[in-house]
Design a protein around this ligand. Structure first.
Ligand code: NDP
Length: 327
């Protein structure tokens, strides 16, 4: 028996509970993992609270991220004792995920834990940090360099946003952080933000084209915010769009694209090919350090997951939440 979070949906309704699970309940998988740490991402918050249609099979252990040690493997790439990492691939949505002490997985989804990071540190980064790294890559692919000008990060106090601020700053970019939490301005400055703006400036319906303010942007908010970001980019600016914290809609006009040559670059972390993941994680390991990870994250035990998911959905969590599944 082992501890885990289980989401169920039946005639009694949708519910998540902290419970004891039997190994016999674990799904099929060619790699068995003793999970050391998992995390709470926005998507996990949606899954656990039922506020978004994330879970597609019931009952299900949520947790889109995990890091741990292989205990048994029939997969050619992994052996017992290997330290591994998993982000996405539908785990925690369609397949049982990381918020339990044990997991059985398809070995094709796993990558070796990157050199230089502990399992706990990798989970401080998690899907949020890995997505921020992919978003930085999307800007670079479109020719964005520090010399081009300021880069805006929306949802800056969130998981993706915090890492986007820190990674961009460490790569030499001048970062403008947009947040609804001005009381966290000092924290954002410590992460590397040069300027802080109030997210209210971006969240209401705006003009089709505005003043050219930023060379590029990383947006985890969507909706009117993303529309206003597009309208405020420099000529040939780029925005990497990776989230929907304000909404899934995009009430924009084509003006920024056809009059300013703006690029809207989509970022998906879930189905990203393995080679891109390995490269992004290797780069993360060179850009982050223990001090940064401690300042962005805090740790909870598995028993605190349910209440913390509520707080995450209420926008009360700053940065990242690491889950020690063994306490
Ligand atoms: P968090 O909850 O940690 O952060 C979201 C942040 O968005 C909040 O901290 C807040 O920042 C801001 N925000 C929340 N509500 C609103 C609102 N109504 N209007 C404007 N801003 C708002 O989530 P994550 O960082 O984990 O994820 C962010 C988004 O990215 C989510 O939509 C998530 O689903 C998506 N995502 C997508 C991935 C992909 O593969 N494309 C991977 C990972 C995440 P502040 O307090 O600073 O204003």
């Amino acid at each position: 028996m082992f501890n885990g979070i289980l989401i169920e949906k039946d005639e009694q309704g949708y519910r998540a509970g902290y419970t004891r699970l039997d190994e016999a309940q674990l799904p099929e998988g060619d790699v068995w993992v003793d999970v050391a740490y998992s995390t709470l991402n926005y998507k996990d918050g949606l899954a656990i609270t039922g506020k978004g249609p994330v879970v597609r099979a019931f009952p299900l252990v949520p947790g889109i991220d995990l890091a741990g040690i292989v205990t048994y493997s029939k997969h050619p790439a992994f052996n017992a004792g290997d330290r591994v990492l998993l982000n996405g691939w539908g785990v925690g949505e369609k397949y049982w995920g990381g918020l339990a002490q044990k997991a059985r997985l398809n070995g094709d989804w796993l990558i070796p834990l990157p050199a230089g990071l502990t399992a706990r540190q990798a989970m401080a980064v998690g899907t949020a940090g890995y997505t921020a790294m992919l978003a930085v890559g999307a800007l670079e692919k479109n020719g964005v360099t520090p010399a081009r000008g300021k880069v805006l990060v929306t949802g800056a106090n969130g998981g993706v946003g915090s890492f986007a601020v820190a990674l961009l700053a460490r790569l030499g970019y001048q970062v403008v952080a947009s947040t609804g939490r001005q009381e966290e301005a000092e924290h954002l400055r410590r992460l590397g933000a040069a300027e802080i703006i109030d997210r209210a400036q971006l969240s209401a319906p705006g003009r089709a084209l505005g003043k050219e303010q930023w060379a590029a942007a990383i947006d985890s908010v969507g909706s009117h915010t993303l529309a206003n970001v597009c309208a405020g980019l420099h000529y040939q600016g780029t925005v990497a769009a990776c989230g929907l914290a304000q909404g899934m809609d995009l009430p924009a006009s084509v003006a920024p694209f056809i009059l300013r040559g703006v690029t809207l670059a989509g970022v998906d972390s879930v189905m990203r090919p393995q080679a891109d993941r390995v490269a992004a994680w290797a780069r993360i390991a060179t850009l982050v350090d223990g001090e940064l990870l401690n300042s962005i994250s805090r740790e909870i035990g598995l028993g605190e997951v349910l209440e913390t998911a509520d707080a995450l959905m209420d926008g009360k969590i700053r940065g990242r939440v690491i889950v020690d599944v063994n306490r």
